[in-house]
Write a protein that binds this ligand. Structure first.
Ligand SMILES: Cc1cc2nc3c(=O)[nH]c(=O)nc-3n(C[C@H](O)[C@H](O)[C@H](O)COP(=O)(O)O)c2cc1C
Length: 310
């Protein structure tokens, strides 16, 4: 998720669950190929991690997929779900649902240069192209190019008239369509996305599909993922408590500060870690009010931690 699931968030998310598959923010092929920064840098502790690409030029996507593999990403995912104007102007994101041949060509080009899985995240439809048949034609053609994993945001997107935020809220969720897709393409790995707010709901979806992607809730309440390893990955080893997560994050923060980083780059992702516990609001407020101050360091986090009742 843009601006949210950066490497600092992902580092924390990995402390909470060892096995969940993490996704980067969408990175455009243009940024990777022509940009000045290192857009692919991540912490080695993050794996398994998928790089999500925004782009539509098969050769560029292939170049970026190759780099992703060299960097050690476990999967490369094409964004066919984002409806923002900026993305549409670049002719990628959700509007690519209307161009299955182009997406298939991209998958083909990418698969010819990497061994890691090439996957696609898409919607159930766009604008008036929202029949079940439209989606299955898309999935059918793209899967013939060798993509065997689809993550389906179970609502359509309106390409004009709605903001990206509204496009995550207004078009109704239709989980049944995604379940049906799995029935009709039983050999493919189909993951569902959209509106999932608990691991209980996750377990229910898993009766129908192969995977569940949790977006906003995993950010708004990251510790819900702490039971994921035992529930879904058969790993019953002890999970870190929230306090242990913070203590480990403090070591990570120290390194970040030594490299010239700022405290709030990291703590902004930690604000909701104690969601629902006594002191959670005070924790959040203290960090929000103090972590951006010049020279703020781990002592600010330690102080915030004293506001949580053990
Ligand atoms: C701030 C924000 C940024 C997002 N950025 C991306 C993105 O870069 N790539 C993507 O595929 N989806 C992105 N999404 C959409 C989510 O991945 C997800 O499909 C959507 O929020 C529905 O799932 P949820 O209800 O579990 O959040 C973003 C969502 C939010 C709230």
């Amino acid at each position: 998720m843009l601006d949210w699931t950066d490497r600092h968030y992902r580092y924390m998310a990995r402390l909470i669950s060892k096995h969940q598959l993490l996704f980067t923010e969408m990175v455009t092929t243009g940024a990777i190929i022509h940009g000045k920064g290192d857009y692919l840098h991540y912490n080695e502790q993050e794996n398994p991690v998928a790089l999500q690409l925004g782009g539509s030029n098969p050769a560029d996507l292939a170049t970026c997929a190759k780099k992703a593999q060299e960097y050690g990403y476990d999967e490369v995912n094409i964004n066919v779900g984002c409806p923002s104007d900026r993305v549409q102007n670049g002719r990628f994101g959700a509007c690519l649902m209307a161009e299955p041949t182009l997406v298939a060509n991209a998958v083909d080009a990418m698969r010819s240069v990497v061994d890691i899985p090439v996957t696609v995240k898409h919607r159930i439809g766009i604008d008036d192209l929202d029949s079940y048949q439209f989606m299955t034609d898309f999935v059918g053609e793209v899967s013939e190019a060798g993509c065997d994993t689809f993550i389906v945001h179970a609502r359509k997107a309106w390409l004009s008239g709605l903001s990206p935020k509204q496009n995550r809220e207004i078009p109704p969720l239709d989980y049944e369509r995604v379940y049906q897709l799995k029935k009709d393409f039983s050999d493919l790995t189909i993951s569902i996305n959209g509106g999932v707010t608990s691991l209980e709901q996750t377990a229910n979806h898993l009766k129908h599909v192969d995977g569940v992607m949790i977006g906003r809730e995993a950010y708004a309440n990251p510790y819900i993922m702490s039971q994921a390893d035992s529930l879904f990955f058969d790993d019953h080893s002890e999970v870190l408590t929230r306090h242990q997560v913070v203590e480990t994050m403090m070591e990570y923060i120290e390194k970040h500060l030594q490299q010239g980083g700022k405290l709030n780059h990291i703590t902004r992702h930690m604000l909701t870690l104690f969601m629902g516990l006594p002191g959670a609001k005070q924790w959040r407020r203290y960090l929000s009010e103090n972590a951006h101050k010049p020279g703020a360091g781990t002592e600010t986090v330690a102080k915030a931690l004293t506001l949580i009742n053990r």
